[in-house]
Design a protein around this ligand. Structure first.
Ligand code: NIG
Ligand code: FE
Length: 433
């Protein structure tokens, strides 16, 4: 394992040194998610059902970025390339951006899964010391190296399934030392992985046992001790709070978000998963980049979101795995809102980072069209990570992260043929993986 990691790191550095190469992908059946002169930072409402596709296309990458694309019949034949690939009539799509994960963790929680099958709810399991607290106990006793190695393997797995950028949260440490440990693991992943990673500080994920009966004491610890250290070491891009029934109140959330503002940490928060918690309103009040989960959304929340720059993000894997009521995605899109969909990859509520599966859930459970689902998992999740100027579509100058599908009959086949891997090749920074 260590040897593999050393080799990967070396190969990665080598790649970067020599990535100033021009690569062409020929014979693409359909090049999807392309943008030319008109660029969007996100797509809303009716526009979510637009996906630009060039049939019978080529794609050229240079120096890790997209250079140009067009129809095969219009390709200037007098050009030199360092690498020449034949897509063999596969489709090409921009890599998924997974804007919500908890993929640094130790151990699995399939025992709780059995409890769930037998009828216990997520909240009941949490009250018994299971759930997030179970993962916290394991994480605290794991070394930084172990956590790094496990997470590295998960990142390699999701890359092969089509993910080209990922947000990762802390939140299984729940004390200063272990939250910092998690964030340092994420920092090392940023250094050693070839995809963009954003770090989100989520100490306000659950109340640790030490603070049972003194929830505000834990909020004090986050505000007075953790936040300054996280900021001092520059360990986080964003701040998160699980603002929901039985977890953090809106008052506690506001205290954390206000303090985080002093350190220029933008919120991305867990909201309205278990109830009309006020999480959406609180997130919007503090200009959250995204509010995530959103099972409990009514007209009022839709109006609040419409007047904001906050990306409503649904996590279909968690709703599926916990068998929860579904977020009203269709109503939100019909009201003109954008929707993003991410995996929520974590050991408790969504032990999968497979964004191809999220595409299928988007269509089957939430009644998104395949094009809406693709936009929800690429450009809109890129927005929810603050990277939609460089990721999420295929456009000249953007980072060349994309995949080539196996021979499939149509783009719609991607969500339709659920549960199996439709990807043949992945490219990260213009380089075949
Ligand atoms: O996004 N909802 C809160 N947190 C996670 C679950 C984490 C866990 O159960 O370990 C989520 O679903
Ligand atoms: Fe989550």
């Amino acid at each position: 394992m260590n040897f593999l990691l050393c080799f990967r790191t070396f190969a990665h550095k080598f790649y970067y040194k020599f990535r100033n190469m021009r690569t062409i992908i020929r014979n693409i059946k359909g090049l999807a998610g392309v943008e030319t002169d008109k660029r969007a930072i996100a797509v809303c409402g009716k526009d979510m059902d637009n996906l630009n596709i060039i049939n019978d296309a080529y794609l050229i990458c240079n120096n890790g970025k997209f250079e140009c694309f067009g129809r095969m019949t219009e390709l200037d034949k007098e050009q030199n390339f360092d690498f020449d690939f034949d897509a063999d009539n596969g489709y090409v799509l921009p890599s998924f951006c997974d804007s919500h994960t908890h993929l640094v963790y130790k151990g699995s929680r399939e025992i709780e899964y059995i409890d769930k099958i037998k009828g216990l709810s997520y909240e009941e399991i949490a009250k018994r010391g299971g759930g997030i607290l179970n993962s916290a106990e394991r994480l605290r006793s794991a070394s930084e190296q172990e956590l790094f190695e496990d997470a590295y393997v998960r990142i390699e797995e999701i890359k092969c399934l089509g993910t080209g950028a990922v947000e990762i949260k802390s939140g299984y440490g729940l004390n200063t030392e272990s939250e910092l440990k998690m964030l340092r693991v994420i920092r090392r992943l940023k250094e050693e992985c070839d995809i963009v990673i954003k770090a989100n500080f989520l100490a306000a994920h659950a109340f640790p046992l030490e603070y049972k009966g003194n929830p505000n004491g834990y909020v004090d610890l986050i505000v007075n001790e953790m936040l300054p250290r996280v900021a001092d070491e520059g360990l986080a891009d964003y701040v998160d709070v699980f603002c929901d029934r039985g977890f953090f109140t809106t008052e506690q959330t506001e205290r954390i978000l206000l303090e985080a503002l002093q350190y220029n940490l933008i919120p991305k928060i867990h909201a309205n998963e278990l109830d009309f918690s006020g999480g959406v309103e609180t997130g919007v009040k503090y200009n959250a980049l995204s509010v995530d989960h959103l099972e409990y959304i009514g007209e009022r929340q839709i109006e609040v979101l419409k007047a904001s720059q906050t990306m409503p993000t649904i996590l279909p894997g968690a709703a599926f795995f916990l068998n929860m009521k579904l977020s009203p995605a269709r109503e939100m899109i019909n009201a003109g809102l954008p929707i993003a969909m991410a995996s929520d990859f974590n050991p408790g509520s969504s032990p999968s980072g497979n964004m191809q599966l999220i595409l299928s859930f988007a269509c089957i459970n939430y009644k998104l069209t395949p094009f809406e689902a693709i936009n929800a998992t690429t450009l809109n999740t890129a927005y929810a990570m603050g990277i939609s100027n460089t990721h999420g579509t295929i456009a000249a100058g953007k980072v060349a992260n994309f995949y080539i599908t196996k021979k499939i009959p149509s783009i719609e086949y991607m969500p339709y043929y659920y549960g199996s891997n439709k990807i043949k090749e992945i490219f990260i920074n213009g380089i075949k993986h």
